[in-house]
Design a protein around this ligand. Structure first.
Ligand code: FES
Length: 595
């Protein structure tokens, strides 16, 4: 049985197939009616103050009120076009008979916000939920894209469960340096390592600085931004194809107004986030991430989204799906191209066609059609960018979840981004107690480190850092770089930018700060990594392990007051999604009283 969208005609029904035309809600059934529809004193106040903003009754009476949650800011280059895009979203909302209300929300600007945007993801999620709850919103357009903005906006919208559609920021254009394409993040790491090795001049470095980010839009490698906007499209929360459109392309502006138009109909059809979210739709999102070679950050965010929707999802599901999903997007850091090329090659829909046998094609999406219907007509226009299954970049296992005495609750590695020689490796630990310790000593010529060593960074997790920053691509010591070493095994409880690469074991849980086994590792201990067997082990005997555990002392809290204090009391571990424990689940929260 299919749900017919009012947005456009579907192909005719198959014989015997039932088509359900959604019931259209009446104005008095809308949530905003409680604010605008009553002829009491409060209703007078809401209408007179709307008149104060220059709107006539005809502008809004009996119309769905659509909140545009806009994460624009002067300090967020990835969302620099959002003031214009908000106008385009409004154009669509007006045309479809809605009443747009733009609401600025906390921006999470990956390059600038310290110690990490991840510390504030849940704050934006809370803000989104409470904006929608406390104002007369009937539905929402969520404007995000820069890394954590995507999961944060969706987490809040899922909890509020009003009709909501995501408008992805779109990737920026390819970077350029002397005619070479540059990729966000990936080429920074690459050329920074070459600069530290003495192979890139100051002048060349400055040219790279000026050419790597040359338009608005989010990072254009398969970093966390492209990963999460694509995951959210596969989950069913964007118009078909939206996540792949470059921000500077005029098709992006048209997608914005289409998104606004659709938001109005979603309200009238009462199509809500939790109508779309099932174990199968989360599998679709994970499969998309794996076929894209997406960021390891997706584990944390997708688990958090699922827990908001009341869908049980373990990080082990990523490993299970990874074993059957080929990596087909030839996009950096795993591959060669950039998101602009990916769009021209057909974009996410074309990619999903190649793995459609691994998808739940009957999953409903925001346009009222199924994922299968949305990708049915998609084609691949460049099979060097979107690879056929027989030429997969990695046939399976592009992402692996590890367990062992060093990570009882799990850790993750992206084998596709690591030197295969390191997939099975045992070496002596070189430990750093925190990031500052590492920064102070990593390039010390006397540091007892070799290419065989395993570098360990502690206190970089959700509570220890705090905020679980993207520190997990630990730097390779300068003296090893000079010897030509470009990859080695590195372990931390941090995350890693999706644009990074290397044999980096990440998200070790529980983290060292709360007494996870990483806290007990000492210099010289042997650590064994075995990716094919999905194991990570500290090679000390059980008695020594127990002795070190008994000696461990809980560190002092990082915050005495403020948001940080709330964060440290309630944030969960990486394998649980790093949400606040009191925000998880689907327990209903009443709409506000209006008196
Ligand atoms: Fe915004 Fe990378 S800095 S997406």
């Amino acid at each position: 049985m299919r749900r017919r969208s009012v947005e456009g005609a579907l192909p005719g029904p198959a014989p015997g197939e039932a088509i359900v035309t959604p019931k259209r809600r009446k104005p008095e059934e809308l949530r905003s009616y409680r604010w605008y529809g009553k002829s009491d004193m409060r209703g007078f106040g809401h209408r007179s103050r709307t008149a104060q903003m220059g709107y006539s009754r005809q502008d809004y009476v009996s119309k769905p009120v659509i909140a545009i949650i806009n994460t624009w800011s002067d300090i967020n280059p990835c969302h620099a076009h959002f003031r214009q895009r908000a106008e385009e979203v409004k154009r669509g909302i007006w045309q479809a008979g809605g009443f747009p209300i733009e609401m600025p929300a906390l921006t999470l600007s990956e390059p600038f916000q310290k110690p990490t945007t991840m510390l504030y993801r849940n704050l934006l999620a809370m803000e989104t939920e409470e904006l929608l709850r406390s104002y007369p919103a009937d539905g929402a357009v969520l404007m995000g894209g820069c890394d954590k903005t995507t999961p944060a906006l969706l987490m809040g919208a899922i909890s509020m469960n009003l009709p909501a559609i995501f408008m992805p920021a779109g990737p920026m254009l390819r970077g350029d340096w002397r005619g070479n394409f540059l990729g966000s993040g990936s080429d920074v790491w690459k050329y920074w390592a070459e600069k530290r090795a003495g192979n890139v001049s100051e002048q060349a470095w400055e040219e790279i600085e000026n050419g790597i980010a040359r338009s608005h839009g989010h990072c254009m490698t398969m970093g966390t931004a492209s990963t999460m906007t694509s995951a959210v499209e596969a989950l069913g929360f964007t118009l078909p194809g939206a996540a792949s459109i470059p921000a500077a392309d005029s098709r992006h502006a048209r997608m914005a107004s289409d998104t606004g138009r659709r938001a109005v109909d979603m309200v009238l059809e009462d199509l809500k986030p939790r109508d779309l979210l099932t174990a199968a739709s989360f599998d679709n999102a994970i499969t998309a991430v794996l076929a894209l070679g997406g960021s390891t950050n997706a584990l944390v965010h997708i688990v958090a989204l699922a827990r908001r929707a009341g869908v049980a999802l373990s990080i082990d599901r990523f490993d299970e799906l990874s074993r059957r999903t080929p990596l087909l997007a030839n996009v950096r850091p795993a591959g060669k191209y950039l998101m602009e090329d990916f769009f021209y090659a057909g974009g996410l829909r074309a990619l999903l066609v190649h793995v459609q046998d691994l998808l739940a094609l009957d999953a409903v999406t925001v346009n009222g059609r199924t994922l299968g219907e949305n990708i049915a007509a998609a084609e691949t226009y460049n099979d060097d960018v979107i690879l056929p299954r027989e030429r997969a970049l990695v046939a399976s296992g592009s992402l692996a979840v590890l367990r062992g005495n060093l990570a009882p609750d799990g850790a993750v590695i992206k084998p596709a981004a690591a030197d295969p020689k390191l997939w099975r490796h045992t070496g002596p630990a070189v430990t750093f107690n925190d990031y500052n310790d590492m920064a102070a000593r990593i390039d010390d010529p006397d540091l007892p480190v070799s290419a065989e060593s395993v570098i360990v960074l502690k206190n970089a997790g959700p509570l220890g850092a705090p905020g679980m920053p993207e520190w997990g691509q630990l730097p390779i010591p300068k003296k090893l770089l000079a010897q030509g070493v470009r990859d080695m095994v590195r372990i931390s409880d941090a995350r890693m930018s999706g644009t990074s690469y290397g044999a980096c074991v990440l998200h070790v849980a529980p983290e060292s700060y709360v007494g996870g086994p990483l806290a007990f590792v000492r210099d010289g201990d042997l650590i064994e990594l075995d990716v094919p067997e999905r194991r990570i082990e500290l090679k000390i005997d059980a008695a020594e392990f127990a002795r070190r555990r008994a000696e461990w002392r809980k560190p002092a809290p990082k915050f005495e007051r403020g948001f940080g204090a709330l964060y440290q009391q309630h944030v969960t571990q990486a394998n649980e999604g790093c949400d606040f424990d009191f925000l998880e689940g689907t327990a209903p929260t009443a709409d506000p009283e209006i008196h």
